[in-house]
Design a protein around this ligand. Structure first.
Ligand code: EPZ
Length: 420
């Protein structure tokens, strides 16, 4: 197993190229199930979750050719409709194949994703919506068995809670349904917006893109033609490197990034003292010597993202005062706290609220990554900790960060990937 060894350096400097967004790529790859042509996707990140989804599609009979940052996916020979436990257990986002496979074949089985480190994460809203569209759902022996022999039917669906993959799944299902599906209280994340834009450009008329009400005009079972497209930049990867600049008081320029997806993150970094120079596709962070404390509540887009909570918590340990961070999306997304405490951070946890008394000098030690974003928080802490920080179990990090240690090394960090 690999681990990362980080030694403090005085400061970082240079450019970091942001990769394509993992959380945009996953639904976009699942979307190829709706296509009658071979779909060319550019700007994919090299992260484990992408390989997992391509493997799942290959197991079902699709042809996937992934070279550099491009993939060609041909689902014309896709014949299997069962996503088995061995793959789903490694990546919950495998549930994204349920909507498109059911819509195309009239039946699909997906292993029920269990809970994960950050919370229970049920998929009840995906299933309820599919039932409203006429599907019969049966849960048996750990599998979701969905059938819709007469096809899915357009209807009105209100999501009780805003769900990102739930919205993506049902938009894809509705794309091949008969009639119109109106979805209310949908996720507005840029990753969902891109999925809708590509579908809309491929002959599935979708109204309300970017708002919380979508109307999807289904094709009544007709597969669609999807032209080549490029995945949007990863806003969470970008936010993580902005935190690297802020915590190490270093000027860094991110390239291939879209600042308009980062409003809430940039606003909080500004409150903490950083300033920015922003162009069409770059962001330069000018950090401040003094990091100010902050109050953060995680919410759905366009509010502050839960996927940046851990990184800001690491940053808050270096602020000159007390920060309060409340996690509203996931019930157990504070596992990085105990690891940061082992590095000397002064944090108290009360339910979903963390109080961080900043200004402590962190000390390097052995720490354990517990989930994807928690891992990057430990790396950020390692950048400013005295001595050596060894971050173990970085397979979590490899699920979602493309070449993190190489990108950090290129701007002067002392980060090495080593074997246990
Ligand atoms: C997506 O997960 C992201 N994953 C997550 O990123 C991200 O943290 C999350 O959205 C929130 O922004 C992908 O895009 C692949 P949700 P998702 O359904 O879609 C509850 C990362 O680090 N809920 O929006 O699974 C759920 O339990 C990952 O890259 C239900 O109750 O999240 C949670 O409390 C981690 N029933 C809330 O809604 C449902 O049927 C939001 O979850 C579905 C969700």
């Amino acid at each position: 197993m690999d681990y990362l060894q980080i030694k403090r350096v005085d400061s970082l400097n240079g450019n970091i190229k942001i990769s394509g967004a993992k959380n945009a790529s996953l639904p976009l790859i699942a979307m190829t199930i709706l296509a009658k042509n071979s779909v060319h996707i550019k700007n994919l990140p090299h992260v484990a979750d992408i390989n997992t989804l391509l493997k799942l599609l290959s197991n079902l009979g699709a042809k996937c050719d992934f070279q550099e940052d491009r993939v060609v996916v041909d689902t014309s020979a896709l014949a299997q409709t069962k996503a088995t436990y061995d793959i789903v257990k490694t990546m919950r986002a495998s549930i994204l194949v349920l909507g498109p496979i059911l819509a195309r074949f009239g039946h699909c089985e997906v292993s029920l994703p269990g809970g994960c480190a950050i919370g229970q994460r049920p998929v009840d809203l995906h299933l309820k919506a599919l039932e409203q569209m006429g599907a019969k759902i049966n849960i048996e022996a750990g599998y979701i068995q969905a059938t819709a022999p007469d096809g899915l039917k357009g209807c009105h669906i209100n999501f009780d809670k805003i769900t990102v993959t739930g919205t993506a799944n049902i938009v894809m299902a509705a794309s091949l349904a008969s009639g119109n599906t109106t979805l209310t209280n949908v996720a507005r994340e840029p990753e969902v917006v891109q999925l809708c834009e590509i579908l809309n450009a491929s002959g599935v008329k979708i109204e309300g893109i970017g708002t919380s009400v979508l109307t999807v005009h289904g094709t009544n079972g007709k597969l669609i033609d999807i032209e080549e497209f490029s995945v949007i930049p990863d806003r969470i990867e970008a936010g993580t490197y902005l935190c690297a600049g802020a915590i190490s008081r270093s000027e860094l320029t991110l390239t291939h990034v879209d600042a308009s997806h980062l409003d809430a993150v940039l606003a909080k970094l500004e409150e903490m003292g950083s300033t920015f120079t922003i162009t069409k596709d770059t962001i330069t962070i000018h950090p401040s010597e003094v990091i100010k404390p902050v109050k953060i509540v995680t919410q759905e887009y366009p509010a502050f993202p839960t996927d940046m909570q851990a990184q800001f918590l690491a940053l808050a340990t270096q602020a000159n005062g007390t920060s309060i961070i409340e996690e509203r999306l996931f019930e157990n997304r504070f596992m990085h706290v105990s690891e940061l405490q082992r590095m000397g951070a002064n944090i108290s946890l009360n339910g979903s609220v963390a109080t961080i008394n900043g200004g402590t000098q962190l000390s390097g030690t052995d720490v354990m990554a517990t989930d994807l974003r928690a891992s990057s928080a430990l790396v950020l802490a390692g950048l400013v900790a005295n001595g050596t920080t060894d971050v173990h179990r970085i397979y979590h990090l490899d699920r979602g960060y493309d070449a993190l240690e190489k990108k950090l090394e290129a701007v002067g960090a002392n980060v090495k990937r080593l074997k246990e």
